[in-house]
Design a protein around this ligand. Sequence first.
Ligand code: C5P
Length: 224
Amino acid sequence: MVVAAGSGSRLGAGLPKAFVPLAGVPLLGHALREVLSCAAVAQVVLVVPDTHRAQAEELTDGVCRELGSGATVTVVPGGAERGDSVAAGLRVLGDDIDIVLVHDAARCLTPVEVFDRVVDAVTAGAVAVVPGTAVVDTIKQVDGEGYVVGTPARSGLRAVQTPQGFRRDVLERAHAVSSDATDDAGLVERLGERVLVVEGDPRALKVTTRSDLETATRLLTETP
Ligand code: C5P
């Protein structure tokens, strides 16, 4: 599932972030290329703003033709918050789907190797898997007034990315309880289930600001 229903207000491009062009192709188009290159993907659920369903379908047709992909693609409108959009996507999953990957369209350059790594770890028995990278900054926890209340050991911290992979029943159970976390693994953690971190990739950066868009453009031109 690719969640692409955010407004992208922080990017300030005047259109939903997933439809902002990066080297002439909408972020969603780049994301779809990687998703559809993953051999394990049988169905792609695209969650987009209601206003952009036709555009998403057109974009998808183009990428499928380009890659010769026969995957089933389902386009649905998203909700007010990211969690609502994931829940909308879950409602249209085919009966035969046992493993669900949730991917942010904003992480449009995440290479297919990361998808494969996540799928492999769920297939091998983990109920929830997230890609993550070591943290280079020292992270402080602060209170409401900005005073530091703690410094977690950096060696034990990971910056997590998407796609996040789950056994379908576990993700559905997590969303039935709550959907108000900044990632899906956070909801699964609340169930008391164990979440495994596998190696992420710097190219999986989340495009949020203009400067991220510039970084992504640079990464795209550097990638062979
Ligand atoms: O806003 P943020 O960058 O955290 O969004 C992460 C991902 O979730 C983006 O790909 C965005 O399109 C998606 N999203 C969504 N529905 C929302 C809000 C965000 O699908 N209501």
